[in-house]
Design a protein around this ligand. Sequence first.
Ligand code: ZN
Length: 380
Amino acid sequence: MKSFKVIYRDKLSQARVGILKLGNLEIFTPLFLPVGTLGVVKTLSYEELKEIGVDAFIANAYHLYLRPGEEILKKFCGLKKFINWDRGLFTDSGGFQIYSLKELKKITEEGVEFRSHIDGSKHFFTPEKVIEFQAVIGSDVSVCLDECVEYPVDYNYAKRSVEVTTLWAKRCKKKFDEIKKNNFGNSQNQLLFGIIQGSVYKDLRKKSIEEILSIGFDGYAIGGLAVGEPRELMWEVVNFISENLSQDEVKYIMGIGELEDIFFCIEKGYDIMDCVLPTRNGRNGQALTSFGKINIKNSKYSTDESPLDNECSCFVCKNYSRALLHHYYKSQELLVLKLMSYHNVYFIINLFKTIREKIIKDEFLRFKEDFLKKFNSEIC
Ligand SMILES: [Zn+2]
């Protein structure tokens, strides 16, 4: 049975509402995944994530492999049991993190050799190993090991990375099917998403789409975007990929977290997004509000009695003034890191909920325009 079904298509754009079936869970898309690299969304408890309405988050195989490691995860029958989380869990292969190591890695056709960023110890990831480890983690959605390139990258290097990504995708799929057949791992219903690469080169993106699609996966992730390229170029590639991918498949665009980009990707028919921005920016004092971003460190908030966002109904906005949050931040009180993260995750999860409601009413484009107009007004 197919794990993804579109239940409503917007009449005025490619935006759609779908249901992603993860074992016994049914999750609505468009879906935003907060990032919980090590199995925790920084500063937030699982009870708080549930209270906010988070349906799923994404953890990282590279980081979990180094800490807590395979033995602990095996002992506890996977990450979901270890952390007592009964909602959706995605895992990233860790490819992106390994490639960010710069001096600490060596890529061959066989796999990628890297040194731990923690203690310098040497490790070797093959596509098979990454699939096997994600089965140990027991995530609901796993992804293939891919080669993510930085921006800018020359054409020939990007072409080679597409070839490696396809080769690895085939090996990942083969291993994944073997694992399923042998009932190995901690998620009997785990899905595997292929990853499309090709940097900003359209012919390479097309080649990658065709090759990854022909292998056949439960869903398709788009990697290698939002890595420093100008927004217009990114949007051009996002649009191109959307036009060349089947409209029946679930599409996950990785690393997208700016609100303008989120709206654009949803308009172009993407279903899933993840980003560290709401939590990372929150910890740096930045809050998302209906009237734009504000930085609570700014001294103009030291006497401001209003909440972060007077249109938000999260407990932070109900109980804490900007002045109090400013005071906590200035005094380096740890609580402020949680309060800011809580509000930002609440804000974005509720934005996605509203977007789904608007799509079903064919009001998505109007909502997008009104929302961004207000968001960019910066009258906060
Ligand atoms: Zn709030």
